[in-house]
Design a protein around this ligand. Structure first.
Ligand SMILES: NC(=O)c1ccc[n+]([C@@H]2O[C@H](COP(=O)([O-])OP(=O)(O)OC[C@H]3O[C@@H](n4cnc5c(N)ncnc54)[C@H](OP(=O)(O)O)[C@@H]3O)[C@@H](O)[C@H]2O)c1
Length: 332
């Protein structure tokens, strides 16, 4: 029997919170590689918060997914057929082929995976989330040894790497995460100096105690009340990397920053950024991150969903904070 493609398409746009019914699983023929292209069998799909935005009919920094189209996403897999001179069947590659088992990519859009790391890690610590942490922390926050760095969503794909890079840079690193289990993971497995549960009633008092010398760098993934609390402990000439604002997703009236005076009197630099604007930094970032992972200096945890049919629920789990580390889908 000839093999068929399996894909997950966007069936409808969410009204309010997304549900699994917004997606549809479909079968179809295998795509065919044209001259210069490569056919890849995906083994891993990365699930990321930006996918929530792509479900909406709103243009932000990227186009929305059209109804009936395959959901977008980073993938890692193995070359099946190649009409590009740089790739041969069996090569492990990372690409942006979306929620499907087979996909065709231009050869120039494929990334060869470093053989020192597992294929799945090319979607996590040594993939887009890792590069986001690397650019946002090292290029934008520019931490110096001895400084205090605070990372929110610290147990997640981006935050876990940002905090470990700050530790490697010789900083005191404090993570913020939801719940005792995530915090234990952040200190015990990832080696942060401290981790605070932002849902604790005395969160602000705990924060004060955890950053006795104030905060020199905030790597913020969540926005809202957490960022506001961190700004209250900011040091002169601190840097704030605004990486994400996941607390605003599904929140019809998000609470923003109401404390601007500490930013002004401390001459703080806030920088929003999108990792896709820094393509020239990807090769050096991925090489550096792969080296750290291979040497065990950066550790990672993966939450795995089995099969493409499980991808919609995996996205809902990620957004609700039910996954730990990098959320992936294994594609059999
Ligand atoms: N700027 C860029 O180019 C770029 C690139 C990639 C990712 N990002 C952003 O980086 C952030 C992290 O991405 P990721 O892939 O590493 O995801 P992740 O951290 O693995 O997963 C998202 C986490 O957000 C936390 N969260 C959810 N709702 C929250 C709320 N209301 N308040 C506080 N925390 C909440 C949850 O952790 P807890 O259980 O700890 O609450 C959840 O595990 C996201 O905001 C994403 O949009 C930005």
């Amino acid at each position: 029997m000839t093999e068929r493609n399996l894909k997950v398409v966007l069936g409808s746009r969410p009204e309010g919170k997304p549900t699994v019914d917004n997606f549809r699983v479909e079968e179809g023929p295998l795509p065919v590689a044209a001259e210069g292209q490569v056919l890849v069998r995906n083994q891993w799909l990365s699930i990321d918060p930006y996918m929530r935005g792509r479900m909406m009919d709103i243009r932000t920094y990227a186009e929305p997914v059209a109804l009936g189209d395959v959901m977008v996403g980073d993938t890692a897999g193995v070359v099946v057929a190649s009409r590009h001179p740089d790739f041969a069947p069996g090569d492990p590659v990372a690409a942006y082929l979306g929620w499907q088992r087979f996909g065709v990519a231009e050869g120039g859009a494929l990334r060869r995976v470093d053989p020192r790391i597992p294929l799945s890690v090319s979607l996590g610590a040594a993939g887009m989330p890792g590069v986001t942490a690397w650019v946002g922390l090292l290029d934008l926050c520019q931490p110096k040894a001895g400084e205090t760095v605070v990372v929110s969503a610290a147990s997640g794909g981006v935050g876990s790497v940002a905090g470990q890079l700050a530790r490697i840079a010789g900083c005191r690193v404090v993570g913020i995460a939801g719940g005792a289990d995530k915090c234990r993971h952040v200190t015990e497995a990832l080696g942060f100096d401290a981790c605070l549960d932002y849902r604790a009633e005395d969160f602000r008092q705990q924060l004060k105690a955890a950053v006795p010398k104030g905060i020199d760098c905030i790597f913020d993934n969540v926005g809202g009340p957490v960022l506001e609390a961190l700004i209250g402990r900011i040091n002169p000439f601190a840097r704030v990397t605004l990486c994400g604002a996941i607390s605003e997703v599904d929140n019809p009236s998000p609470t923003g920053l109401r404390r601007l005076l500490p930013l002004i009197v401390n001459r703080v630099k806030l920088q929003g950024f999108i990792v896709g604007d820094h393509l020239e930094r990807w090769p050096v970032a991925i090489a550096d991150l792969s080296g750290h992972v291979a040497a065990g200096r950066i550790r990672y945890h993966e939450t795995l969903a089995e099969g493409l049919e499980a991808a919609p629920q995996a996205l809902l789990d990620l957004l609700a904070g039910r996954s730990l580390g990098k959320q992936l889908v294994r594609i059999p």
